[in-house]
Write a protein that binds this ligand. Sequence first.
Ligand code: URA
Length: 272
Amino acid sequence: MDFPARPEIQAWLSYFDDLGLGPFYLDRAAMELPAAEAVPAKRRTTPLSAPAPMTSQAARPLDAALPVVPSLFDAAPRIEGDSLARIREDIGDCKRCRLCEARNSIVFGEGSERAQLVFVGEGPGHDEDMQGLPFVGRAGKLLNQMIEAMGLRREDVYICNIVKCRPPGNRQPERDEVATCSPFLDRQLAVIHPKVVVCLGNVAAQTLLGTNKSISQFRGQWFDFRGMKLLATYHPAFLLRTPSAKSEVWTDLKKVMAELGLKPPKPKPRAG
Ligand code: URA
């Protein structure tokens, strides 16, 4: 059968398989994933203590063991009548840090101003820098699949990053770059004020929670972030390298779905 969408369907099938949603085909042998790679090192042998109750304080991790460095978001003042358009205008043709030197575009963020769910990544990569939009490369395609697996469309959520300009060579943003860019992200989150913020990867999680602990120690736990619920999970780029971690991410996303009252779309009936 001539089936132009076949690679896309195969990608979906293996993604749902990884998520533990069950096989849709009888013969999956040809699509087996590579052997499981190790999930991030430094995994604790004992779980963190149960999260404390949510509070409405700013940037307050629910686990008392977490805060190690002060969150950049702790002291930010609220701006009366703020909006995404105003924040973008305030950023202007930003030259506040060295990331402006090699960037092609400022990747402000994309999605609904009324989103109940915001994803925060690390920083734009090459594709994002070229298109001016967050998560449009390979990791972005995987993020789209994660969003759709939750029963949402990309335009239902808001997607942004800790820094708005591509760090050269895709290196991690440096602390002063993060500090310079953070007030704008803080304002974006304050304007949207979603029910849930999902941090994708270490940099987003450590920045918003003000910790230098590894995400593997606290992923999947709820934290209070300025009256929003925050959960950290692995970055889609990490999942591309470590497909075996997809099931953990799916576990985390199911928590988010429960919080938002979402049900996963029904798996399509088996072909044949
Ligand atoms: N990785 C990120 O953290 N953000 C993007 O926008 C793209 C890739």
